[in-house]
Design a binder for this molecule. Structure first.
Ligand code: NAD
Ligand code: UDP
Length: 318
């Protein structure tokens, strides 16, 4: 049995990961400050003796008595409205101070540490699709910079701790992922469109809706995360994890309306500054190294996610 620390464990990705690790028979220590995470995501897990929750902000030093084998660092506001709003400065702090604290912990415990990085390190990409060798097109002073540059700095710290402190590292670059345990009020596109359509409210497309994204269902992401974490010591990444199916935001809106048979109308709002115009992962590395590719197509994943949101639509504030 491994002892595994998951930061951001009460959030969307973190809670799904904790669930899978517990099912696999591991001991899980979940750390979160609950800024954007929710205790309801881990309510059932708290009944399991192998699961512990520690309310803690990773910007502060964390001491753990027992030996930690692996650390998944997922703590960070991830929704553009969260990191462009009241959590902007906190986002940079979480990315930079947070990963420093986790790398120190990994060094002390001789643990392998996996950083949940992001496709945002590529910024508004000129290269399409994006492969790991692309160095990105990020505006360092824009409203997305706290997140994009924060995550880039975290990657650089990961590699310096690997080079200079001999820490075992894995960096995954996560592309848009969706599924159960997303907060109905998170503000990202999949949760917004589904909740708007379920409650008969207008569907808010930002810009003209021609920008593209590639959407990965959560179970596929968890599969590759665990494979990467347990890969040979020499493999550090970075590695793209995402679904290469690419859709315009308008196509997504239409799909959601059709599936729910909703009366909601599409309305158009201003496109936020620096919003990437296109995004699609090149997953050749994940295919070659791990024989992994997403199994769940957007239609199937949306159906599962709609069923989930039906159970918590009363929480949606619109
Ligand atoms: P989320 O907001 O649901 O989860 C983030 C969690 O981190 C929340 O529970 C939050 O309370 C916690 N947190 C934030 N700051 C913290 C701090 N200082 N100390 C302790 N906990 C803190 O978002 P998510 O979609 O689950 O994202 C999880 C991770 O995956 C993030 O690091 C994000 O950057 C990365 N990621 C996610 C996606 C995606 O599409 N879901 C894409 C790219 C990268
Ligand atoms: N978006 C939208 N309507 C919404 C929320 C988001 O049109 O209600 C757009 C957003 O401008 C972006 C895309 O959908 O072009 C994906 O946004 P999201 O917030 O999910 O994440 P991003 O990929 O930008 O980090």
């Amino acid at each position: 049995m491994k002892t595994i620390l998951v930061t951001g464990g009460s959030g969307f990705v973190g809670s799904n990961l904790c669930q899978r690790l517990i099912e696999n028979g591991d001991k899980v220590i979940c750390v979160d400050n609950n800024y954007t995470g929710r205790m309801s995501n881990i309510k059932k897990l708290l009944e399991n003796p192998n699961f512990t929750f520690i309310k803690h902000d990773i910007c502060d030093i964390l001491e753990i008595g027992e030996k930690i084998d692996q650390i998944y660092n997922l703590a960070c506001p991830a929704s553009p409205p969260a990191y462009q709003g009241k959590y902007a400065i906190k986002t940079t702090k979480t990315c930079v101070l947070g990963i420093l604290n986790m790398l120190e912990l990994a060094k002390k415990h001789n643990s392998t540490i996996l950083q949940g990085s992001t496709s945002e390190v590529y910024g508004d990409p000129i290269m399409h699709p994006q492969s790991e060798s692309y160095r990105g097109n990020v505006n360092p002073i824009g409203i997305r910079a706290c997140y994009d540059e924060g995550k880039r700095c975290a990657e650089s710290l990961m590699f310096d701790y690997h080079r200079h402190e001999n820490v075992d590292i894995k960096v995954i670059r996560i592309f848009n992922t969706y599924g159960p345990n997303m907060d109905p009020n998170d503000g990202r596109v999949v949760s917004n469109f589904i909740c708007q359509a379920l409650s008969g409210k207008d569907i808010t497309v930002y810009g003209d809706g021609t920008q593209t994204r590639s959407f990965c269902y959560i179970d596929d992401l968890i599969d590759i995360m665990i494979k990467v974490m347990n890969s040979d010591k020499e493999f550090t990444g970075p590695i793209n994890t995402g679904n290469p199916g690419e859709f315009t935001i308008k196509e997504l809106a239409q799909k959601v309306i059709e599936k729910i048979d909703s009366k909601s109308q599409i309305i158009y709002k201003d496109l936020p500054l620096d919003d990437p115009t296109q995004r699609r992962p090149d997953i050749t590395l994940a295919k070659d190294k791990f024989q992994w590719e997403p199994k769940i197509k957007l239609d199937e994943g949306l159906d599962k996610t709609i069923e989930y949101f039906k159970t918590c639509i009363h929480e949606f504030r619109g």
